[in-house]
Design a binder for this molecule. Structure first.
Ligand code: KIV
Length: 296
Protein backbone atom coordinates (compact mmCIF):
# COMPACT_ATOMS: atom_id res chain seq x y z
CA UNK A 1 0.00 0.00 0.00
CA UNK A 2 1.17 3.58 -0.54
CA UNK A 3 3.12 4.87 2.46
CA UNK A 4 2.93 8.32 4.08
CA UNK A 5 5.60 9.60 1.64
CA UNK A 6 3.58 8.54 -1.38
CA UNK A 7 2.35 11.57 -3.38
CA UNK A 8 -1.40 12.02 -3.89
CA UNK A 9 -0.81 11.12 -7.55
CA UNK A 10 1.86 8.75 -8.85
CA UNK A 11 4.36 10.49 -11.14
CA UNK A 12 7.23 9.16 -13.26
CA UNK A 13 9.74 10.63 -10.80
CA UNK A 14 8.01 8.90 -7.88
CA UNK A 15 8.40 5.58 -9.75
CA UNK A 16 12.11 6.25 -10.28
CA UNK A 17 12.44 7.15 -6.57
CA UNK A 18 10.77 3.85 -5.66
CA UNK A 19 13.40 2.00 -7.66
CA UNK A 20 16.19 4.01 -6.03
CA UNK A 21 14.81 3.05 -2.60
CA UNK A 22 14.45 -0.60 -3.54
CA UNK A 23 10.63 -0.50 -3.38
CA UNK A 24 8.78 -2.63 -5.91
CA UNK A 25 6.23 -1.12 -8.30
CA UNK A 26 2.87 -2.83 -8.83
CA UNK A 27 1.18 -2.19 -12.16
CA UNK A 28 -1.93 -3.67 -13.77
CA UNK A 29 -3.85 -3.20 -16.97
CA UNK A 30 -7.22 -1.48 -16.68
CA UNK A 31 -9.80 -0.95 -19.38
CA UNK A 32 -12.88 0.40 -17.60
CA UNK A 33 -13.87 2.77 -14.80
CA UNK A 34 -15.01 0.33 -12.06
CA UNK A 35 -11.94 -1.88 -12.41
CA UNK A 36 -9.71 1.20 -12.41
CA UNK A 37 -11.40 2.38 -9.20
CA UNK A 38 -10.73 -1.00 -7.52
CA UNK A 39 -7.13 -1.04 -8.67
CA UNK A 40 -6.59 2.52 -7.46
CA UNK A 41 -8.04 1.72 -4.03
CA UNK A 42 -5.75 -1.30 -3.81
CA UNK A 43 -2.75 1.04 -4.11
CA UNK A 44 -1.60 -0.13 -7.56
CA UNK A 45 0.91 2.40 -8.93
CA UNK A 46 0.21 2.20 -12.67
CA UNK A 47 -3.08 1.63 -14.51
CA UNK A 48 -2.05 0.61 -18.01
CA UNK A 49 -4.63 0.94 -20.74
CA UNK A 50 -2.83 -1.66 -22.82
CA UNK A 51 -3.62 -2.65 -26.37
CA UNK A 52 -4.45 -5.99 -24.73
CA UNK A 53 -7.89 -4.31 -24.44
CA UNK A 54 -8.39 -5.64 -27.98
CA UNK A 55 -8.20 -9.34 -27.12
CA UNK A 56 -9.43 -9.08 -23.52
CA UNK A 57 -12.42 -6.77 -23.92
CA UNK A 58 -13.19 -5.94 -27.54
CA UNK A 59 -13.15 -9.46 -28.98
CA UNK A 60 -10.43 -8.66 -31.53
CA UNK A 61 -8.20 -11.40 -32.91
CA UNK A 62 -5.00 -9.53 -32.10
CA UNK A 63 -3.48 -6.33 -30.75
CA UNK A 64 -2.95 -5.14 -34.31
CA UNK A 65 -6.65 -4.36 -34.67
CA UNK A 66 -6.65 -1.86 -31.80
CA UNK A 67 -6.96 1.79 -32.85
CA UNK A 68 -6.03 5.10 -31.20
CA UNK A 69 -9.78 5.70 -30.91
CA UNK A 70 -10.17 2.47 -28.89
CA UNK A 71 -7.33 3.37 -26.53
CA UNK A 72 -8.57 6.96 -26.10
CA UNK A 73 -12.09 5.72 -25.28
CA UNK A 74 -10.87 3.24 -22.66
CA UNK A 75 -8.32 5.70 -21.26
CA UNK A 76 -11.14 8.20 -20.59
CA UNK A 77 -13.03 5.50 -18.67
CA UNK A 78 -9.97 4.54 -16.63
CA UNK A 79 -9.12 8.18 -15.94
CA UNK A 80 -12.58 8.66 -14.40
CA UNK A 81 -11.93 5.79 -11.97
CA UNK A 82 -8.45 6.75 -10.84
CA UNK A 83 -7.29 9.33 -8.31
CA UNK A 84 -3.78 8.15 -7.41
CA UNK A 85 -2.38 5.71 -9.97
CA UNK A 86 -0.45 6.88 -13.01
CA UNK A 87 -2.63 6.31 -16.09
CA UNK A 88 -0.50 4.99 -18.93
CA UNK A 89 -1.96 4.59 -22.43
CA UNK A 90 -0.55 2.23 -25.06
CA UNK A 91 0.24 3.69 -28.45
CA UNK A 92 -1.37 1.05 -30.68
CA UNK A 93 -0.03 -0.64 -33.82
CA UNK A 94 0.87 1.80 -36.64
CA UNK A 95 0.07 4.84 -34.49
CA UNK A 96 3.77 5.79 -34.17
CA UNK A 97 5.15 4.85 -37.57
CA UNK A 98 6.60 8.37 -37.93
CA UNK A 99 7.65 11.08 -35.51
CA UNK A 100 4.66 13.17 -36.58
CA UNK A 101 2.21 10.29 -36.05
CA UNK A 102 3.69 9.54 -32.62
CA UNK A 103 3.39 13.17 -31.50
CA UNK A 104 -0.13 13.51 -32.84
CA UNK A 105 -1.43 10.26 -31.34
CA UNK A 106 0.35 10.53 -28.01
CA UNK A 107 -1.01 14.08 -27.79
CA UNK A 108 -4.53 12.75 -28.36
CA UNK A 109 -4.18 10.10 -25.66
CA UNK A 110 -2.98 12.73 -23.21
CA UNK A 111 -5.34 15.58 -24.13
CA UNK A 112 -8.49 13.64 -25.10
CA UNK A 113 -7.95 10.49 -23.04
CA UNK A 114 -6.49 12.09 -19.94
CA UNK A 115 -3.45 9.77 -19.85
CA UNK A 116 -0.43 10.75 -17.78
CA UNK A 117 1.95 9.11 -20.23
CA UNK A 118 2.20 6.71 -23.15
CA UNK A 119 3.91 3.38 -23.81
CA UNK A 120 5.30 2.20 -27.12
CA UNK A 121 6.95 -1.02 -28.24
CA UNK A 122 10.42 -1.30 -29.71
CA UNK A 123 14.03 -0.19 -29.38
CA UNK A 124 16.32 1.44 -31.94
CA UNK A 125 13.53 1.72 -34.52
CA UNK A 126 11.43 3.96 -32.27
CA UNK A 127 14.20 6.15 -30.84
CA UNK A 128 13.35 9.21 -33.00
CA UNK A 129 9.68 8.97 -31.96
CA UNK A 130 10.64 8.48 -28.31
CA UNK A 131 13.03 11.44 -28.29
CA UNK A 132 10.48 13.70 -30.00
CA UNK A 133 7.74 12.82 -27.51
CA UNK A 134 10.05 13.28 -24.53
CA UNK A 135 11.19 16.65 -25.95
CA UNK A 136 7.53 17.64 -26.28
CA UNK A 137 7.05 16.91 -22.58
CA UNK A 138 5.22 13.59 -22.93
CA UNK A 139 6.21 10.96 -20.34
CA UNK A 140 7.09 7.80 -22.29
CA UNK A 141 7.52 4.21 -21.17
CA UNK A 142 9.37 1.73 -23.39
CA UNK A 143 8.53 -1.94 -24.01
CA UNK A 144 11.09 -4.59 -25.01
CA UNK A 145 11.20 -8.39 -25.13
CA UNK A 146 8.10 -10.00 -26.57
CA UNK A 147 6.27 -7.20 -28.38
CA UNK A 148 2.79 -8.39 -29.40
CA UNK A 149 2.22 -5.59 -31.94
CA UNK A 150 5.19 -6.51 -34.11
CA UNK A 151 4.85 -10.24 -33.56
CA UNK A 152 1.49 -9.88 -35.25
CA UNK A 153 -0.41 -12.32 -33.11
CA UNK A 154 -1.61 -12.32 -29.60
CA UNK A 155 0.26 -14.22 -26.96
CA UNK A 156 -2.86 -16.03 -25.84
CA UNK A 157 -3.74 -17.53 -29.20
CA UNK A 158 -0.10 -18.50 -29.58
CA UNK A 159 0.19 -20.12 -26.18
CA UNK A 160 -3.13 -21.95 -26.50
CA UNK A 161 -2.04 -23.46 -29.79
CA UNK A 162 1.33 -24.56 -28.51
CA UNK A 163 0.11 -25.42 -25.03
CA UNK A 164 3.01 -23.43 -23.64
CA UNK A 165 4.20 -19.87 -23.31
CA UNK A 166 6.50 -19.19 -26.22
CA UNK A 167 8.80 -16.46 -27.42
CA UNK A 168 10.90 -15.92 -24.31
CA UNK A 169 13.55 -13.32 -25.16
CA UNK A 170 17.14 -13.03 -23.93
CA UNK A 171 17.75 -16.73 -23.41
CA UNK A 172 21.29 -16.63 -24.84
CA UNK A 173 24.15 -14.20 -24.25
CA UNK A 174 23.86 -12.55 -27.68
CA UNK A 175 20.12 -11.92 -27.30
CA UNK A 176 20.53 -10.70 -23.73
CA UNK A 177 23.31 -8.31 -24.85
CA UNK A 178 21.04 -6.95 -27.60
CA UNK A 179 18.27 -6.41 -25.08
CA UNK A 180 20.64 -4.58 -22.74
CA UNK A 181 21.88 -2.31 -25.54
CA UNK A 182 18.34 -1.49 -26.63
CA UNK A 183 17.32 -0.80 -23.04
CA UNK A 184 20.25 1.60 -22.58
CA UNK A 185 19.34 3.43 -25.80
CA UNK A 186 15.77 3.86 -24.64
CA UNK A 187 16.91 5.18 -21.27
CA UNK A 188 19.22 7.61 -23.10
CA UNK A 189 16.25 8.70 -25.24
CA UNK A 190 14.43 9.67 -22.06
CA UNK A 191 11.90 6.93 -21.22
CA UNK A 192 10.90 6.97 -17.56
CA UNK A 193 10.43 3.22 -17.33
CA UNK A 194 10.64 0.05 -19.36
CA UNK A 195 8.29 -2.92 -19.67
CA UNK A 196 10.14 -6.19 -20.18
CA UNK A 197 7.80 -8.87 -21.53
CA UNK A 198 8.68 -12.56 -21.65
CA UNK A 199 12.36 -12.19 -20.89
CA UNK A 200 14.64 -14.74 -19.21
CA UNK A 201 14.97 -13.81 -15.54
CA UNK A 202 18.77 -13.44 -15.69
CA UNK A 203 18.62 -11.12 -18.70
CA UNK A 204 15.89 -9.01 -17.05
CA UNK A 205 18.02 -8.77 -13.90
CA UNK A 206 20.99 -7.58 -15.95
CA UNK A 207 18.88 -4.89 -17.61
CA UNK A 208 17.29 -3.83 -14.32
CA UNK A 209 20.68 -3.46 -12.64
CA UNK A 210 22.11 -1.50 -15.55
CA UNK A 211 19.31 1.08 -15.74
CA UNK A 212 18.42 3.95 -13.44
CA UNK A 213 14.81 3.90 -14.63
CA UNK A 214 12.53 1.13 -13.33
CA UNK A 215 11.88 -2.04 -15.28
CA UNK A 216 8.37 -3.46 -15.07
CA UNK A 217 8.29 -7.16 -15.86
CA UNK A 218 5.61 -9.42 -17.26
CA UNK A 219 6.98 -12.91 -17.59
CA UNK A 220 10.43 -11.45 -16.91
CA UNK A 221 11.14 -12.99 -13.52
CA UNK A 222 11.59 -11.74 -9.99
CA UNK A 223 14.42 -9.22 -10.35
CA UNK A 224 12.58 -6.47 -12.21
CA UNK A 225 11.79 -3.27 -10.31
CA UNK A 226 8.09 -3.88 -10.67
CA UNK A 227 5.53 -6.24 -12.13
CA UNK A 228 2.58 -5.80 -14.45
CA UNK A 229 -0.19 -8.29 -15.17
CA UNK A 230 -3.27 -8.28 -17.34
CA UNK A 231 -6.05 -7.70 -14.86
CA UNK A 232 -8.30 -10.27 -16.55
CA UNK A 233 -5.66 -12.97 -16.03
CA UNK A 234 -5.21 -12.07 -12.35
CA UNK A 235 -8.96 -12.08 -11.73
CA UNK A 236 -9.51 -15.30 -13.68
CA UNK A 237 -11.66 -13.72 -16.39
CA UNK A 238 -9.65 -14.67 -19.46
CA UNK A 239 -10.04 -18.41 -18.95
CA UNK A 240 -6.39 -19.05 -19.83
CA UNK A 241 -3.68 -19.83 -17.34
CA UNK A 242 -0.28 -18.62 -18.40
CA UNK A 243 3.01 -19.41 -16.74
CA UNK A 244 3.79 -15.70 -16.55
CA UNK A 245 0.60 -14.84 -14.63
CA UNK A 246 -0.97 -15.84 -11.35
CA UNK A 247 -4.71 -16.31 -10.96
CA UNK A 248 -5.67 -14.61 -7.67
CA UNK A 249 -9.43 -15.08 -8.09
CA UNK A 250 -11.69 -17.11 -10.38
CA UNK A 251 -14.25 -14.45 -11.19
CA UNK A 252 -14.95 -15.90 -14.64
CA UNK A 253 -16.24 -19.14 -13.09
CA UNK A 254 -18.12 -17.19 -10.44
CA UNK A 255 -19.70 -14.97 -13.12
CA UNK A 256 -20.72 -18.01 -15.21
CA UNK A 257 -22.39 -19.55 -12.12
CA UNK A 258 -24.23 -16.30 -11.39
CA UNK A 259 -25.50 -15.92 -14.97
CA UNK A 260 -26.87 -19.49 -15.05
CA UNK A 261 -28.49 -19.04 -11.64
CA UNK A 262 -30.19 -15.86 -12.89
CA UNK A 263 -31.52 -17.58 -16.02
CA UNK A 264 -32.85 -20.50 -13.99
CA UNK A 265 -34.58 -18.21 -11.48
CA UNK A 266 -36.18 -16.13 -14.25
CA UNK A 267 -37.40 -19.29 -15.99
CA UNK A 268 -38.78 -20.69 -12.70
CA UNK A 269 -40.38 -17.38 -11.65
CA UNK A 270 -38.15 -17.18 -8.57
CA UNK A 271 -36.75 -13.82 -9.64
CA UNK A 272 -37.85 -11.14 -8.99
CA UNK A 273 -38.88 -11.95 -5.44
CA UNK A 274 -40.95 -9.85 -3.04
CA UNK A 275 -37.77 -8.01 -1.99
CA UNK A 276 -37.15 -6.85 -5.58
CA UNK A 277 -40.55 -5.34 -6.43
CA UNK A 278 -42.24 -1.95 -5.93
CA UNK A 279 -45.90 -1.67 -4.83
CA UNK A 280 -48.69 0.85 -5.35
CA UNK A 281 -49.80 2.87 -2.34
CA UNK A 282 -52.04 0.80 0.00
CA UNK A 283 -55.61 0.71 -1.31
CA UNK A 284 -54.76 2.33 -4.67
CA UNK A 285 -54.82 -0.90 -6.63
CA UNK A 286 -58.25 -1.87 -5.28
CA UNK A 287 -59.56 1.66 -6.00
CA UNK A 288 -58.31 1.50 -9.61
CA UNK A 289 -59.83 -1.94 -10.09
CA UNK A 290 -63.20 -0.64 -8.85
CA UNK A 291 -62.98 2.36 -11.21
CA UNK A 292 -62.18 0.12 -14.17
CA UNK A 293 -64.99 -2.30 -13.26
CA UNK A 294 -67.48 0.62 -13.02
CA UNK A 295 -66.45 1.84 -16.49
CA UNK A 296 -67.27 -1.50 -18.11
O1 KIV B 1 -1.07 -4.26 -23.68
C1 KIV B 1 -0.69 -4.68 -22.59
O2 KIV B 1 -1.46 -5.13 -21.76
C2 KIV B 1 0.74 -4.63 -22.30
C3 KIV B 1 1.20 -5.40 -21.10
C4 KIV B 1 1.32 -6.82 -21.45
C5 KIV B 1 2.45 -4.84 -20.56
O3 KIV B 1 1.48 -4.04 -23.02
Amino acid sequence: MPDSLSPPRVTPSYLCAKKAQGQKIAALTAYDCPTARLLDRAGIDIALVGDSVGTNVLGYRSEQQVTVEDIAHHTRAVRRGVERALVLADLPFLSYRSVEAALLNAGRLIQEGGADGVKLEGGTLVLPQTEAMVRAGIPVMGHLGFTPQSHGRDLYAFSKRRGTVARVQGRDAAQARLLLDEARRLQEAGVFGLVLEMVAEEAAQLVSEALEIPTIGIGAGRRCDGQVLIVHDLLGFSGVELRLAKVYARLGEEAARALSAYREEVEQGAFPGEENVFHMEPGEFARLREQLAAEN
